[in-house]
Write a protein that binds this ligand. Structure first.
Ligand code: DQA
Length: 148
């Protein structure tokens, strides 16, 4: 079971709740984080949440995860999904298993959103299930042993 989980959210996800609610839903990021924290606690795990609009801050947060002994990362890289070699390289460097999450179905949108710089490194990708996708990814992370 994963015991020390890091949740990373990228640019503009601090605006969840008011940002294009038809596309991203009306649940705020603090509300999502609270639910995740409660689920993790119930399972006896520790969960830390981080959001930034800055690529460098996200890279630095991922780098810190290794000395913190984080054993699983849930990440919605938002727009950096489609652009960031730096975030890809940070995830490859720390070698911590991760799930890539998107609220919307990135394959049903503009062509530029179909490309992810992270997906081939991810344990899996959850896309298009709205805020519920975070909870589903956490459930998987909590059971993850690396052998399945
Ligand atoms: C997103 C999808 C990205 O294409 C977009 O840039 C986001 C949010 C999602 O959660 O659906 O900011 O990652």
């Amino acid at each position: 079971m994963a015991k020390n989980i890091l949740v990373v959210n990228g640019p503009n996800l601090n605006l969840l709740g008011t940002r294009e609610p038809d596309r991203y839903g009306s649940v705020t990021l603090p509300a999502i984080e609270k639910l995740l924290d409660e689920s993790a606690r119930r399972a006896g795990a520790t969960l830390a949440c981080f959001q930034s609009n800055s690529e460098s801050e996200i890279v630095e947060r991922i780098q810190r995860a290794a000395p913190e002994a984080v054993d699983f990362i849930l990440i919605n890289p938002a727009a950096y999904t489609h652009t960031s070699v730096a975030i890809r390289d940070a995830l490859a460097a720390v070698r911590i298993p991760f799930i890539e999450i998107h609220l919307s179905n990135i394959h049903a949108r503009e062509p530029f959103r179909k490309r992810s710089y992270l997906s081939d490194l991810a344990v899996g990708v959850v896309s298009g299930l709205g805020a519920k996708g975070y909870g589903l990814a956490l459930a998987y992370a909590l059971e993850y042993t690396g052998k399945d």
